[in-house]
Design a protein around this ligand. Structure first.
Ligand SMILES: [Zn+2]
Length: 445
């Protein structure tokens, strides 16, 4: 019998080959000797490299050791790279009152936020992060910078109950969220959200108002939640309930609300969050540095709460390397439970990819390598001494990989970081600009 005539290969924009391709789809398969084909920013094939090569003729090709979905940084303040290392080794409250807020009052404006965000984007793209959530000021500028650099962002106009840069009143911040919604309606890379700072910087009335405006716009909400014991104790004293209970009462806790931290939660809090459809962005490195505590990652995972990972801002981490967050998410629960089987390597990688997409409500667009999804991915070089030998790719990703092992990053089908060089920004220039601003900060703070 004659073999059926095979289809001639079709043209595509890009083929990405890897010794391993990890699509992060159900069952977490590993494709040894795999490839991903991309056309028009969309994934059109994922499979064995030979099969992909037989079907697709690539205009461009990149390759490396491990190909996986781009990392999704679910919590941060990109513009705060300006204040990286400005104040260390002190508690959150002191750090906010003595360093962050005074510095922001003097130096945070649209121009400095653009410079700081460009630096954050440069760092994140170089570490394989393809999407990030921002919670800061001047979000129109942040959206423009992300667009210019070709990075995906969930903007978060920060709402705080006192005057902040760019917003003399919380009502101005609500107006800005509306304006962002109009400016980036249906944008490929930039989507807005409402970022309510925290229960300790907002009144319940403002939380209600924020939840109502976000509901009217269909925007996701972000909030710092139960980050420190002080926050929880003060909330109980002022409102007679925990921060998640207050969020539930004010309508803030709901489907696709991104709760950053979740370090100090009661069993009732966990149940409230799970039932609401909200998720938690875990930021283990920031929580350690500010001595906020250690979230019960194993317990939250077992409870079925949607989990993503974040770095938090560069002023409290102090870098934006998501591989540190992955490693800590896998290691800390083992140390606190004395059980080495909790949060296995692949689960930590899952949180940083598909878990983040679920938190943003973007699971139909990104987070896995599947036909029909937007092509957001990163490629890890596994040839270095610390990556040799390679038995299990997930083990390397969780326990041996650093941001500097990322060799290529692709966002929406565009190679924005290629052979360890940015293609959409001049990193020397970006660093020089921030260094100039930092000199002014250092001379006055
Ligand atoms: Zn934060």
């Amino acid at each position: 019998m004659n073999e059926p005539a095979s289809m001639p290969p079709r043209a595509c924009d890009l083929v990405v080959r890897g010794d391993f391709v990890l699509p992060m789809t159900a069952g977490l398969p590993e494709i040894a000797g795999g490839a991903v084909a991309v056309r028009g920013g969309e994934i059109v094939a994922v499979g064995a490299a030979d099969d992909v090569a037989a079907d697709w003729l690539a205009n461009d090709e990149i390759a490396g050791g491990i190909v996986l979905p781009g990392l999704i940084n679910t919590h941060g303040h990109a513009g705060m790279t300006l204040y990286r290392g400005l104040g260390d080794d002190m508690p959150l409250e002191q750090w906010l009152h003595e360093f962050v807020w005074p510095a922001e009052k003097k130096f945070t404006n649209a121009e400095t936020v653009a410079a700081g965000t460009r630096l954050a984007v440069a760092e994140m793209l170089a570490c394989g992060t393809t999407s990030f959530a921002d919670m800061y000021f001047f979000q129109q500028t942040v959206g423009e910078v992300a667009e210019e650099c070709g990075m995906r962002v969930l903007l978060g106009q920060a709402v705080i109950g006192f005057p902040v840069p760019g917003c003399p009143t919380p009502e101005t911040a609500f107006d800005k969220v509306r304006a962002l919604d109009a400016a980036f309606d249906g944008h490929d890379l930039v989507r807005p959200s409402m970022a309510l700072h925290a229960v300790y910087t907002l009144t319940p009335q403002l939380m209600e108002r924020g939840a109502a405006v976000a509901a009217e716009l269909g925007s996701p909400l972000q909030i710092h939640l139960s980050e420190t014991r002080t926050e929880v104790d003060d909330c109980r004293e002022a409102h007679g309930m925990t921060p998640p209970a207050l969020c539930a009462r004010t309508g803030v806790l709901r489907e696709h609300t991104i709760c950053a931290h979740g370090v100090h939660l009661t069993a009732d809090d966990v149940a409230l969050i799970r039932e609401s459809g909200a998720g938690i962005s875990l930021n283990p490195e920031s929580n350690l540095k500010l001595a906020s505590g250690i979230a019960d990652i194993a317990g939250l995972l077992a409870a079925g709460v949607p989990l993503g990972l974040g770095t938090d801002g560069a002023a409290s981490n102090n870098d934006l390397d998501m591989w540190d967050s992955i490693r800590l998410a896998a290691l800390l629960p083992k140390g606190t439970t004395l059980d080495p089987t909790v949060v296995p390597a692949r689960e930590a990688v899952r949180m940083a990819t598909v878990g983040g997409a679920r938190l943003f409500g973007w699971e139909q667009r990104v987070g896995t390598l599947e036909v029909g999804k937007r092509a957001d991915l990163c490629v890890i070089d596994t040839s270095a001494a610390h990556q040799t030998p390679l038995y299990h790719p997930y083990s390397h990703l969780a326990y041996a990989t650093h941001g500097s092992d990322v060799v290529h990053t692709v966002v929406d089908g565009r190679v924005v970081y290629r052979d360890r060089r940015h293609t959409t920004l001049d990193v020397t220039d970006v660093c020089a600009t921030v260094t100039r601003i930092a000199r002014r900060v250092a001379s006055t703070v």
